[in-house]
Design a protein around this ligand. Sequence first.
Ligand code: FAD
Ligand code: A2P
Length: 375
Amino acid sequence: MYSQAKVIAGGLAHIPVVIAVFYFILTTFNKRALKFVEQAKTKKPESKALEPKKPVVSKAENSKIEAQKTETPKVTKKKHADVPVNIYRPKTPFEGTVIENYSLLKEGAIGRVNHITFDLKDSDPFLNYVEGQSIGIMPAGEDANGKPHKLRLYSIASTRHGDNFNGNTVSLCVRQLQYEKDGETINGVCSTYLCDIKPGDKVKITGPVGKEMLLPDEEDANIVMLATGTGIAPMRAYLRRMFEPTEKEKNKWNFKGKAWLFMGAPKSANLLYEEDLQRYLADNPDNFKYTKAISREQQNTKGGRMYIQDRVLESANELFNMIEDEKTHIYLCGLKGMEPGIDEAMTKAAEEKGLNWSELRPQLKKAGRWHVETY
Ligand code: FAD
Ligand code: A2P
């Protein structure tokens, strides 16, 4: 029989054996583990199981990746993000040289409207622009408080290639503002300054600005234009882009849609760019339609002055057939005062087609097909 003391002594005698076995297992495992780590350090991972879960990158590389993550543009591209704006601001305007300044009016016309072209080639950064934008002009001199005059905006009347097709000029179509006050004739500051400047004069220019009146990219878009007076300026640029042969060679924009210009002027002698428009009409009878409202020579059905809204009503059916086509864009430019009249005419014209203009207009606006720039 085993005594208690014998059992204890036997147990104690096994302790060195257990420790030895334990030590053996531990060292063997450690050696293997070290070998494995060394292999992992020197060799490329051979199997998926050995691939690190995350790529090992340095701190510097990591911060680069993080920066790229935040810089990565969103998938939804900002609309017209590539259209240039505010290359020159009022504090640092570009001084452009006047190339030409001539009257657009015929004998017997009312007032003064000039076509003025500036040389941009010395601008650095280059003052580039696209059709439908405006530039700011800072008239020379000071206001009544002795401060420099504030800038006035003018719609650009040339295409991005300029009237000489060299891509380094910009043109405007400017009416001199004149009104009577207390028996005195008041001349607008900037419009008079612009109508009076001479070739060689330097003029402070800012901009370009504006994304409201841009043309769509689609070559098969239809373009309806409603203009009064100098509101023809952006339309002149559109029509040159569509129909002027040398301009077309430059821009490679093969316009295939329909362009319809409604033009309001007080007298025939006040029609602007008329020869060019007649040429476009003769050369492109299937793509261009030109409807005039000559307010002081023609009468509407009520015996009043003929305005473009009266012409819109006359053409209601054809016009709304076009508007129902989602490829059609409508551009309105010129006198602010024409807006209510155009709205009224569109309401009536829409009714004739069983449509509701107050519902349709916001839809067109939202779809980017209703473009307004009035002043
Ligand atoms: P100012 O000396 O500034 O006088 C104008 C002020 O005179 C008005 O603010 C008003 O207070 C007063 N006034 C005006 N008429 C009367 C009146 N009948 N009775 C009493 N007071 C009156 N103009 C163009 O010619 N061509 C363009 O292509 C063109 N594009 C434009 C585009 C945009 C986006 C905008 C906003 C305007 C555009 N204009 C354009 C208008 C232009 O910016 C000027 O407003 C215009 O030339 C008059 O400026 P001014 O310095 O000659 O007149
Ligand atoms: P009118 O002056 O005979 O009343 P311009 O800028 O060369 O004067 O041309 C502007 C044209 O717009 C003119 O024929 C002018 O007519 C016309 N017009 C004036 N007021 C309105 C209006 N509220 N709606 C549409 N056309 C207008």
